[in-house]
Design a protein around this ligand. Structure first.
Ligand SMILES: [Fe+2]
Length: 383
């Protein structure tokens, strides 16, 4: 039976294709599983972490010198199964399904109310320590609403078969034409064009079996305009990317019937590091009341911490009979005004938000190879 996502907020466009969820997805288990790091973390460090400077970005562009990781094993199969069981709850589909001009089926903001396993998994100090260690900065989930954002695509048997046929033909074509047998077939058509994310770091976790999958990589634009590709994660594995500062795009994945990724966004834990998180790419696909509450609350918490520290500093100087630090305090005020203005800019009035429509930011296409070439030049792949 075909199941169609119903939208939580009236006025959201309905997904433009039907998903045969009952037919194609594993039946969720009924047992409630509690997150236990000993059982559910299956961490294996990434083979490599690529630094901002390795790809031509200045070190101080983001919140960390780390650009992107190679895929690494994060969760055990039992953990993935528990997370899958949570996202297939009917109330999650009914209340937290969103679609937009660039993604047909997404589940958002469900974790706190409906997915205690995923919520605990992403908030657990051991999980955060692993992720922070790779990211080179202590991270926390950006906001509750962004825990475990799900991208969901399910194809019919026929569609998958057709794709695999094309892939096999193309494989032969590429191998014969360029003498690069063994080079995996790739589809260059991106799901979303070149963009930057709204939040400093993202962690993309694969929740499907990728045995037959081809493509699904992330292309990154380097500081000097070249393109590199990073392998996509396989089941239970994750990739982290400083997506707020690196222009990137996800390449299409073909050959799998079901592809579910879970994306959790992160920000630095310290309130004294810069926080230029935006809501640009998420406003149109969110329950704005929930999104704005989470965003406004943590931004105020940061202001609270910064203000408390500044006040203590003033008082300490006074007690020790030091002169008032006019220049220093004016700098604090200036930064605070900019910080508050940024929050204000991100909280756009509800009536001005076009639901389900994510504006394409005009990132010029990357020119790869020299002008006039008939086919794109080879792009480097990171291993
Ligand atoms: Fe992205």
């Amino acid at each position: 039976m075909n199941a169609v996502f119903t939208q939580r907020v009236t006025g959201f466009p309905r997904p433009h294709f039907k998903l045969s969820i009952e037919k194609t997805l594993q039946k969720p288990t009924e047992d409630v599983v509690t997150f236990d790091p000993k059982k559910h973390l299956a961490y294996q460090p990434p083979s490599k972490v690529i630094m901002m400077k390795d790809i031509g970005y200045p070190d101080d562009v983001g919140v960390s010198p780390v650009a992107v990781s190679q895929p690494f094993q994060l969760f055990s199969p039992e953990a993935i199964q528990a997370m899958r069981a949570e996202i297939f709850k009917p109330e999650v589909r009914e209340k937290c399904g969103f679609s937009s001009n660039i993604a047909a089926c997404q589940l958002r903001g469900y974790a706190k109310d409906y997915a205690p396993f995923a919520y605990d998994a992403w908030n657990h100090p051991e999980t955060l320590a692993l992720i922070s260690n790779i990211a080179g900065v202590e991270l926390v989930p950006e906001i509750d609403y962004e825990i475990g954002h799900i991208n969901l695509s399910v194809k019919s048997d026929e569609e998958t078969k057709e794709e695999l046929n094309i892939i096999n033909k193309q494989k032969r074509f590429y191998a014969e034409d360029e003498g690069i047998g063994g080079c995996p077939w790739e589809d260059d058509k991106p799901i979303v064009g070149w963009h930057t994310d709204s939040y400093p770091f993202v962690c993309v976790l694969m929740m499907s079996d990728c045995t037959d999958m081809v493509g699904g990589e992330t292309a990154l634009r380097t500081g000097n305009g070249q393109v590199i590709r990073v392998r996509g994660p396989t089941e239970g594995c994750a990739v982290i990317l400083q997506g707020r500062y690196i222009t990137h795009q996800a390449l299409r994945a073909l050959g799998t019937k079901e592809r579910i990724t879970s994306v959790t966004s992160f920000r630095p834990k310290s309130p004294f590091l810069k926080d230029d998180s935006e809501l640009r790419t998420v406003r149109p696909i969110s329950d704005l009341s929930e999104l704005y509450y989470d965003f406004a609350e943590y931004r105020l918490e940061i202001m609270e911490e910064r203000t408390r520290r500044e006040r203590k500093e003033l008082m300490k100087r006074q007690k020790t009979h030091k002169k008032f630090d006019t220049r220093g305090h004016k700098r604090f005020l200036e930064e605070s005004i900019a910080f508050m203005e940024h929050t204000d800019h991100e909280i756009v009035e509800e009536s001005k938000v076009k639901k389900g429509y994510i504006e394409k930011v005009d990132f010029p296409d990357v020119v790869v190879g020299s002008a006039g070439e008939g086919r794109p030049a080879k792009r480097s792949r990171t291993e």
